[in-house]
Write a new protein. Structure first.
Length: 277
């Protein structure tokens, strides 16, 4: 379905940029947020008033609500809200500074939560819409060296999954996007790596330090990923999760099978703690 209006956080690069370009090319309107308006100046020049820009750092929670309210006031109905802004923080938990921990949670988790909370009154008032959370396979499968990144993604997935049941009565659909690695320049632009501690040299957590000098090979095509996200909006009911990439599918299914096996092995022990057992 074309002629829709989207609100997307973080459109200066990555999936946010790709989504915005595809939507504008096909004739939709986009309200996009950037930290610097010049980061999307070329798009504003090409597409004029079909692109509404708001300056926003999603860690400024009160500002998030102001920008969301302003976008709805300017554009009227917004059909799709995409919580996209975020980055990856890699390193063993002990290697991270307190500031790095706070910033990761503030951006990836609290920023997404506040974006959604700010949009909900508007979506309810207009009788429905779609919420899309850009997560990652890192929200389903965990690896050493990315504990805080996982914490932010697992947290936002729990929030969105519970939210889906809360807002369904209002005609609001929720989709969590689970991409694997994609050729978006994420390692160059969207990754921050902790200073290594000698104690972790040679351990599983140290593998992420290789990203300082080289990018890991990735299979995901950002154009195809953005296309699938856009197409998912026409699906009814909304798919709760959208798994994109063979690497995402493989890692997610392996992690979920292992988690289920771990739980099922404890069936009798779990029952033993019931009162009267």
């Amino acid at each position: 379905m074309t002629d829709q209006t989207w609100f997307i956080t973080g459109i200066s690069s990555g999936f946010g940029r790709e989504l915005t370009e595809q939507l504008l090319r096909r004739g939709d309107r986009v309200a996009g947020t950037v930290r610097r308006e010049s980061a999307a100046g070329d798009l504003a020049g090409r597409y004029g008033d079909r692109l509404w820009l708001g300056r926003l750092d999603v860690t400024d929670l009160s500002r998030v609500r102001e920008v969301v309210d302003a976008a709805f006031a300017a554009l009227g109905r917004i059909d799709v809200v995409v919580a996209n802004a975020g980055y990856g923080l890699f390193g063993a938990a002990e290697e991270l500074t307190d500031e790095q921990v706070r910033d990761q949670i503030a951006t990836n988790l609290l920023g997404s939560i506040q974006t959604v909370r700010a949009a909900l009154p508007h979506l309810r008032a207009q009788g429905g819409g779609r919420l899309i959370q850009i997560s990652s396979v890192a929200g389903l499968a965990a690896h050493a060296g990315a504990s805080l990144y996982h914490a932010s993604k697992w947290g936002v997935e729990g929030f969105m999954e519970a939210l889906a049941a809360e807002v369904a009565p209002f005609g609001i659909g929720v989709t969590i996007v689970e991409p694997g690695g994609a050729r978006t320049g994420f390692v160059r632009e969207g990754l921050r790596i902790a200073e290594p501690l000698p104690a972790y040299a040679g351990t599983p957590a140290a593998m992420v330090q290789a990203f300082r000098t080289r990018e890991a090979p990735v299979v995901g095509d950002p154009r195809r990923i953005a296309g699938r996200i856009i197409a998912s909006v026409d699906r009814r009911p909304a798919p709760l999760r959208l798994v994109l990439g063979t690497d995402s599918y493989g890692a997610a299914t392996a992690a979920l099978r292992q988690r289920l096996a771990d739980v099922e092995a404890q069936g009798s022990e779990a029952a033993w703690t019931d009162a009267g057992a």
